[in-house]
Design a protein around this ligand. Structure first.
Ligand code: FES
Length: 150
């Protein structure tokens, strides 16, 4: 059996450490994706609006967006009448982030529940979720994030 000198040991353990780190990094990203079941689109607002390509939105029934310097994620979905709805994932009870569930949204702070369209299903929140004004312009959906006040 060949003896390993100190230099070989350090080289080997460095590679193992790098591989382990990469594995943990990839694993944590996968876990994050699996936990929510949704991918999050990162975007920026310009002059108070977020602009999203309609063709991209039409590829899935629901799109979660994370707007730079906006305090909550936003769920974008097509409604039954073919228009779009942008819901702020904030619980109106005490301005806490909401969790997307299969049937809508829930607040882990005090248990409020909301339907897919943001309607209040269960308190203590007394209000539904906040919708942001949206409009289509050409091949883009514009979401007016500047209209949000928590
Ligand atoms: S903050 Fe959501 S129920 Fe209280």
């Amino acid at each position: 059996m060949k003896e390993m000198n100190r230099r070989d040991f350090l080289k080997c353990s460095g590679k193992a450490c790098g591989a382990l780190g990469l594995g943990l990094l990839l694993g944590s990203n996968l876990l994050q994706s699996c936990a929510s079941g949704l991918s999050v689109m990162r975007v920026s607002a310009e002059e108070g609006f977020v602009s999203l390509p309609l063709a991209q939105l039409d590829q899935s029934a629901y799109t979660m967006i994370r707007v730079k310097n906006f305090p909550f994620d936003i769920g974008v979905q097509k409604t039954t009448d073919g228009t779009y709805q942008a819901l702020v994932l904030m619980c109106p009870h005490a301005n806490q982030p909401l969790t997307k569930t299969g049937s809508g949204y829930m607040c882990t702070m005090h248990g409020s529940k909301f339907a897919k369209d943001g309607a209040l299903l269960k308190g203590p929140s007394a209000k539904p979720m906040t919708s942001l004004p949206v409009e289509t312009k050409g091949d883009q959906l514009l979401i007016r994030t500047a209209a949000f006040h928590s």
